[in-house]
Design a protein around this ligand. Structure first.
Ligand code: VGL
Ligand code: ZN
Length: 197
């Protein structure tokens, strides 16, 4: 069975010092680099927002970062401005290996956030990753990266729903953990049939 490693959002803004820093995000760079050597297929994702993106608190008058609003597609956490296209914050951590086969960008639609590597947050607009994996005969996925309770979680659950055999390496992920989001994410991944390693 062809097995791919998916490295999620290992970007400056999610590492200490970044706009939406995930605690310990930089600690996993070296072990993820090492893990890449064990996979024939490595895919990286990159959170890639235009300025003024609808997921930014700054785009909504009177809203603070980390508050939640209702969007047409459901609840949306409002984030600090992060991973703006072409900025240093959107670049991969400078020590990360980026010699993978494919980089998939997400979150570029101004009106919809995209945590998952497979679908935007409306859960129906595809990123194209499903087709890419299927046409390459890939059936098994190992996921690592940031953040465990948002982009890794949504990607893992969608991957499992699409029929991939998905394992999340929790030791090679770090969480934001907003109001119990980590516990909820773990339960949701388990329910979807994701293996939490
Ligand atoms: C992410 C919040 C906003 C993530 C991306 O990579 O988990 N979280 N954008
Ligand atoms: Zn984002």
């Amino acid at each position: 069975m062809t097995h791919a490693l998916i490295v999620i959002d290992m970007q400056n803004d999610f590492c200490p010092g970044g706009a939406l820093a995930v605690s310990g995000g930089d600690e996993i760079v070296a072990p993820i680099n090492a893990l890449m050597s064990e996979f024939k297929t490595v895919i990286l994702t990159q959170d890639w927002h235009p300025r003024g993106h609808s997921s930014f608190a700054s785009s909504h008058a009177g809203q603070e970062p980390m508050s939640v609003i209702d969007m047409s597609y459901g609840p949306q956490v409002l984030w600090p401005d992060h991973c703006i296209q072409g900025t240093t914050g959107a670049e991969f951590h400078k020590a990360l290996r980026t010699d993978g086969d494919m980089i998939i960008r997400k979150g570029f639609n101004p009106a919809i956030d995209s945590y998952s590597a497979f679908f935007e947050n409306d859960h129906e607009t595809p990123t194209g990753l499903d087709g890419y994996l299927r046409t390459r005969g890939i059936e098994r996925l190992t996921m690592v990266g940031l953040a465990l309770d948002f982009c890794v979680n949504f990607s893992a659950v969608d991957g499992a729903k699409l029929g991939f055999d998905v394992t999340v390496r929790q030791d090679l992920s770090r969480a934001i953990d907003l109001d119990g989001s980590l516990a909820a994410a773990r339960a949701g991944m388990r329910d979807a049939g994701v293996t939490l390693a």
